[in-house]
Ligand binder design. Sequence first.
Ligand code: GLU
Length: 496
Amino acid sequence: MIQDKLLENKSPEKECKEQNQGTLKVRFAPSPTGYLHVGGARTALFNYLYARKNGGALLLRIEDTDLKREIEGSINRIIEDMQWLGLKWDEGPIRQTGRLDIYRKYANALEDKGLTYPCYCTPEELKTNREKMMEAGTTPHYNGACRDLTPQQREQKSAEGRKPCIRFRMPDKSVVVKDLIRGDVVFEKDFVDDFIIMKSDNTPSYNFAVVVDDHEMGVTLVMRGEEHLVNTPRQISLYEALEFSMPQFAHISMILSPDRKKMSKRHGTVAVDIFRKEGYLPSALINYISLLGWSPPDNREFFTLDEMVEAFSLDRIAKNPAVYDIEKLRWMNSQYIKEMDNEKLLDMLIPFMKDAGFVDDDKTPENRDKLLLIVDALKSRLVLLSDIKEEASIFFDDNLELDEGAKESLEWDTTPAVFKAFLEVLDEYDAITSENSREFVKKIQKKSMTKGKKLYMPLRVGITGKGHGPEMVAVLTILSIEQMKKRLKSIIEICK
Ligand code: GLU
C-alpha cells in the first residue's frame, strides 16, 4: 500500500503548485537514513499542527538523493510510524530521486547566469586543505582553488580524468535569516564558502535540492530542526540567485537528554517504532512529544491531536532546548492506559497477549468477555502495554511461581487453615461473581477463624503465588473454580 502511494505520487509537484497557489504549505522532509526518532516526529507533528490550524497543507517529501546513506526499508518505516502517530499528510510522499532532471535544469540555469563553476578538487585534496586550515587555526572551508580556472585549465583537469562537481559562488555579503522562532540570525559574510550544488555523479546536494523542491512544491513555511539553521544562509542565497520567492523559516530547538547532552540512543528509546513495540500508545507519545519545546497557553498537559491543533501556535515554541524525560513519558502512557475504554485497550493488548502465549487467534465472545475482565482488573497497573505479559500471567499460568511477598505469608501458622477453608468453600460454588464474592470470603473467614491481612494475603497467594496484584474480587471472579482448586492444591503440596 505504501509502495503504491509512492508510485502514484511520482510527479505531483506541479499539481501541488497549481492547487495551492497562494495558500499555506509546510513540509516534513525526512531522509531515509534510519528510523523516525523523537526529534523527527516532533518536526512532523509541529508542521502537521501548523498546517491543520491554519488551513494549510502538509507535504511529505523523502530526501533520498544520497543513495550511499540510504538504509533499506527506512522509507516504509518512517511512513508507518507517521501513520501510527496519526500524522496524516496531504501530499506525497514525493521522492527526490524521481526529480533529478528538475535539479539539473535549475543547475543549468545558475550556470547560465555565471553563478556556479565546476570544481575538480579530489576528496584527498579537499581533505589536505581542511587539515592545513585546522592546523593554522582557521575554520575549514573550501579554499576556492577552482573558482577562477580558465577554460584551458578546466579542459586539462578533465583530461586528467577528474569528474567535476558544481559549486555555487557564494555572494560576498552577510545573510540574515529571519526566523519565526529565533528572530533575525545574522551570518557574517565569510561564514559560508562556495558550496556544492551538484555532486560529481550529477545528483544534487541537500542544500540545492531542498531549495528547488520547496520552491517548486509551493512551500510557504520551512519548519525544521535547529541543526539546519546553519544551512539556511546557503539556501537563502540560492533563493536569491534563482529569483525564487522566499518562504518563511522556523527552526525548532534541540532536544536534550536529562543530563543536558544531545539526545541519542544511549539515553534509552528514541525510535518511534521501538516505542510502539515496547507498548507506548500513539496518543500518549504524540502528546508527550508535543510538549517538547511547545507550551500550551494554560499549562494543560493532556491533549488529543485535535485539541493540540486548536491550541497550537508558533509563538509558544521555545527558543531553549527541550529536555527529554522518559519517566514523564512513561507516566503519561500509564495515564492514557487508565483512561482508555476497555474494548479499545483490549484490541491494543491482544498482540502482546498473543506474544506471551495467553491468547490465540480465535477470539470467541466468551473468551473476549473474560479478557475484558482481565483488562479492567489490570489497566491501572500497566505503564506500558507490554506490561500485560507480566501482569496477566496470574490469569493464564496455573504453575504458580512464588514471589518474595508470597513467601512471607506461607510462614504464618494460620495460613494452612485458610488454604483448607478456601478449598472447602470453593466446593460449594460453581463460580465466584461480584454478587457472591463477599459472602464467599466471609465463609472462609468463619471456617478458618482468621481475618484481615492473615486472611487476605493467603487467599491471594493461594491462587496467584504473588504477594501483590489486582483487586482480589477481580481475581476470584476471573479464575474458574477448577483453576483455583488446582492452584490451591499445588500450593498446599509445596507447603507440606
Ligand atoms: N532531510 C533533512 C533531514 O532529514 C531535512 C531537511 C529540511 O527539513 O530542510 O534532516
